[in-house]
Ligand binder design. Structure first.
Ligand code: 4NP
Length: 161
């Protein structure tokens, strides 16, 4: 019997882990399931303010509009162990990515990238933080994380084959 190939693993990281990265986590779980791809998915924040909290109600409502309940997600802070646990750590904006590079341990095995690097033509750009705006910002976030998640699923399927 061939050795079992381990599932790929992806961690999404934003600032608070209550608005953007939970939506990215939900989108990747959703698209991976649709493609019958086994993937370990999680999300975290660089900050500690919201540890243990549920997603922002506006994120929860946006996910529900797409048939996904993220009410059981709980915020946590990214830490050094994440760099050896996950194959890929994907930051929602450049400030998150800079913070990740600052805490990245020497033995890190994770590939770091920006979420919008996974959408052709948008590499290097930020998923804007919708926290201080209205609900329309959450809709924009959903579209971006959903498109990136679909592309990521394609890339992971190709790596698997
Ligand atoms: P997130 O959004 O990083 O997408 O979860 C934010 C959540 C909370 C705060 C800022 C951004 N805050 O300032 O508390």
């Amino acid at each position: 019997m061939p050795d079992q190939i381990p599932s790929p693993s992806v961690l999404f990281v934003c600032l608070g882990n209550i608005c953007r990265s939970p939506l990215a986590e939900a989108a990747l779980r959703h698209h991976a399931q649709e493609a019958d791809l086994d993937v370990i998915v999680d999300s975290a924040g660089t900050g500690s303010w919201h540890i243990g909290k549920c997603p922002d109600p506006r994120s929860r409502a946006e996910a529900l509009r797409h048939g996904i309940d993220i009410g059981a997600y709980r915020a946590r802070q990214v830490g050094p162990k994440d760099f050896t646990r996950f194959d890929r750590i994907i930051a929602l904006d450049q400030s998150n990515l800079a913070d990740l590079r600052r805490i990245e341990p020497a033995q890190s095995r994770a590939r770091l990238s920006l979420l919008l690097d996974h959408i052709p033509g948008m590499a290097g750009q930020d998923v804007e933080d919708p926290y201080f705006g209205g609900p329309e910002g959450f809709e924009v976030t959903w579209h971006q994380v959903s498109e990136a998640a679909q592309n990521l699923v394609e890339a992971l399927l190709q790596e698997r084959n």
